[in-house]
Write a protein of this length. Sequence first.
Lengths: 443, 244
Amino acid sequence: MMRYYLRLAVRSFTATPGLTALTISAIALGVAVSVVTFSIHHLLSGDPIWWKADRLYAVTMDNYPINLPPEMHVPNVSLGPNQLTYMDATRLYASKIPERKVIMYRAEGVVSGGTADRFPERVTTRVTTADFFPIFDVPFRYGGPWTADADRNGESVIVLSYEQNARLFGGTNSVGRVIRWNDRPRTIVGVLDRWAPLPRYYDMANGSVTPPEDTYVPWGAGFGLPTSISATMQCMGPEAHFNIRTSECIWVPMWVELRDAASRARMQALIDNYWHDQRAAGRFPRPMNNRLTSVDRWLDQNGVLSSESNLLVSVGLAFFGVCLLNVAGLLLSKFLSRAAIAGIRRALGASRREIFLQHLIEAVVLAVLGALIGLVVAQYCLHGAYAWFENLRSESPSAAHVQFDTASLLWSLGLAALAALGGGLYPAWRAGRLPPAMYLKSQ
Amino acid sequence: MLKMQNVSKIYRTDLIETHALRDFSVEVSAGEFVAVSGPSGSGKTTFLNIAGLLEEFEAGTYHLEGQDVSRLSDNARSRMRNEKIGFIFQSFNLIPDLDVFDNVDVPLRYRRLKATDRRERITSALELVGLASRMKHMPSQLSGGQQQRVAIARAIAGDPAFLLADEPTGNLDSLMARQVMDLLEQINEMGTTIVLVTHDPELARRAHRNVHIVDGQVSDLKAYGPRSPADDVGTEGGREAQPA
């Protein structure tokens, strides 16, 4: 019978093309606006890696002194610092609980080499562990990241950004080539694709809108540490014998990828136990404030997340609700205008349920058509909206995810189902409840 | 076959209560051809709707093929309507965006018959009414008489126990009306019980029996028997059915 109902639905569309077109348009408009606002919300909300919202966490511990000197300019003490000391970062990094983990810092360097006839140039460098690339879904154009062994052994490898590779090698595949970084030869193992997450959530202390670094070297390259650490460093007070590896100065961001809630709980317990050990040793004067902070909360805490974007989604959904009401009205009008035909079918033996199903299928088909059209319209609208964000043009993976993706498809299909049920359920039910005798005589 | 006893049907609005049928009793045996006549508003259509399980009633009993249908669920009534009753309406009531084949197919679909079985029945029914060559025509492409014949084919395709015809010739000219009546007689001779509602005394005389309804009650039961050329139109005891 399903095929029969589908055939009847198609016949009905051609019998009332105007109403059908209006209904599909209303659904398409509602879906398009909702999908656009949903996608732009993810762009404007500053969560450029929202697809890992439930897996990615910033690790922080509160090593502020009891009495913060005013010159430290801490806006919200209760949140604790947004980086770790070198000592805490390296010790926590040893944990095997996270699926992936990264510690890193920003440095300055000088590179020379390449095919282009260029002078040695100053570059920004991220000294990081290997998981940096998979944990933040950094795309590669050529080659790939270095291995964990390279971290441990401080291998002489390097990854170039897309722009840096264009400057040195004209954008060609430079994997395997050797350049000099800080006067030491390094083999290129990978070249990134265009990548510029906005905001730069993974290192907020060094600027949320700062472009990503030009080069990437293994954490082990820091041993000895490069002479040009350019990370934002915040120290907790005067230290008689300053040692960057053992001081209370915070300058190392740490992120972990945790598979599930159980892993998160174990990681939190590990950090807390470490805190207790360190407190017993005389560190961490303030109450325990160890945090695993998700990206969206991280951005909120660092003043990036926009409440306006949430309002945008609410407006989008409200608009969709209005469209749904219109759809319900249009379908009710359509179905009631064909009440006599429903009466004939009832007289010929159709039950209320069969009439209901027939009309519900029609509503579902209309909803799916509307959703598909809405999705196409949304893509065009997103391209237009995307053009407004000049500094994101062709450089942001967030923009890539603003386009057609699984989440948008699921969102629009979900809206279609809602349109079918919300807009079509009542009219279909009414069609099934029509008293047939009343309409037969008037046919 | 069909037995109603003391059936009452009341239509209620906020202001008015209309007794469409009052203590209405009638019995139709298998194979009969019964005409139901009466003035406009007498309750003929209400009787037909109740007989066809399209409406419920307030009081009395109704047995159809020995089964009490008074308290059947909607699904059961729909199934019974589909399997045992065929409807023919004054205004044909074909579905305008289905062709002839699909129109006749409608009741068979709800019986969940196989495609081959449906096709056989549809072809056979359309051949009986002389429209097998018009299967792909839309109703708008047919004359009134042809549309009514398609409606008859639709009614008989499922091989129902009886047909309910509500003024089937009301929208037809005399020639087409005669053709439709000939067809109904032919169907009756094949064993199908027919209950025909009409206000035309000429047509009523072609039935075996006439049930005359006035003000929701049976006022006269007249048996005609098989029609012969010697029968002519005339009054009988001042009780002739009045035109609507």
